[in-house]
Design a protein. Structure first.
Length: 311
């Protein structure tokens, strides 16, 4: 990953902007699905839904801000709900409205040449690690993005291969390999294969393995015992989740780094394994003997205004 600062406008002529937005939990579960459970909880002011309406209103206000900002800035804008998946082509800038989850959702459709800027639509309810802007500052953030005034960071992404098939080359956050049931033990062989020399091999039992690029190292990897990688790192990090240590024996590879040009292989020893890719929504089943290969992708993501990029 590299970082640079550019003063050149994005594209020629009228900028073409794609805005990818989420729907709030209130919009989805109350207004659209009319979920009896959500309606019941709201009616009795249950603490589990205390922020539901406020978060919805914040998100809607930010989305309206985006419409107004695009009109004021004179861009050719189109708005797409993130569930309406499709390739991102022929645009100069992608803007995500939501939080980190929306950025991660959109990132799998964006190639290497299209910059992305993320807006946190409900800062009181969302971390916004990847977000350059937030509610109340949408126009300012878009203007700076279009003028080339935001730091450009090329974030390393990860390639995932399963049984010889490339599943994706665009994992920005992380991937979890585990049993499909969170209460079951994951059994597998872990093979760290360097660019040169012999591979390190260990048979392990645990509740799964996290692995991802530097952009994801502040999330699940860190919580599971990993460390935060420099934002410019091209390394991947893997962290074994809740390793089984018979007799107090330590694992040889409870965590580690996959340097550029190396790869990590996981061979499943369970019948009902599963991959969770960049969150809970993208899953692939892994059969007994299934082989997962993970390496740095040759398709980085260009992200504008990453808050941690200057650190």
């Amino acid at each position: 990953m590299s970082e640079r600062r550019s003063k050149r406008p994005i594209g020629d002529g009228t900028p073409r902007v794609l805005v990818v937005y989420k729907k709030s939990a209130y919009q989805t579960n109350v207004r659209e699905r009319k979920s009896p459970r959500f309606l019941e909880l709201l009616a009795r002011k249950d603490p589990s839904v205390a922020r539901l309406v406020d978060a919805h209103e914040d998100h809607q206000a930010t989305l309206e801000e985006a419409h107004e900002a695009c009109a004021a800035l004179g861009v050719r804008a189109s708005f797409r709900f993130r569930g309406d998946e499709g390739l991102v082509e022929d645009v100069d800038l992608v803007v995500t409205i939501g939080g980190d989850g929306t950025l991660l959702w959109a990132a799998r459709w964006v190639g290497t040449s299209t910059p992305v800027v993320a807006i946190n639509s409900a800062p009181k309810d969302s971390i916004g690690h990847f977000c350059a802007g937030k509610k109340g500052r949408v126009k300012e953030t878009l203007a700076r993005a279009l003028e080339g005034e935001l730091h450009r960071s090329e974030l390393a992404r990860m390639e995932v291969e399963l049984d010889g098939e490339i599943v994706t080359r665009r994992v920005l956050n992380d991937m979890l390999f585990a049993h499909h049931s969170p209460a079951a033990t994951s059994r597998y062989l872990l093979l760290l294969e360097p660019r040169r020399g012999r591979a390190r091999v260990e048979e392990q039992k645990s509740s799964g393995v996290w692995i991802g690029p530097a952009a994801g190292s502040t999330a699940a990897q860190l919580s599971a015992g990993g460390r935060v990688l420099p934002v410019a790192s091209k390394k991947l990090q893997f962290v074994v989740r809740e390793p089984y240590k018979p007799g107090g024996r330590r694992l040889a590879m409870p965590r580690g780094l996959v340097v550029d040009g190396a790869r990590l292989r996981i061979i499943s020893k369970i019948r009902e394994g599963r991959l969770f890719i960049d969150g809970p929504h993208r899953m692939r089943d892994v059969r007994m003997g299934g082989e997962i290969v993970l390496r740095r992708s040759n398709e980085p993501l260009t992200l504008l205004g990453l808050p941690r990029a200057k650190r």
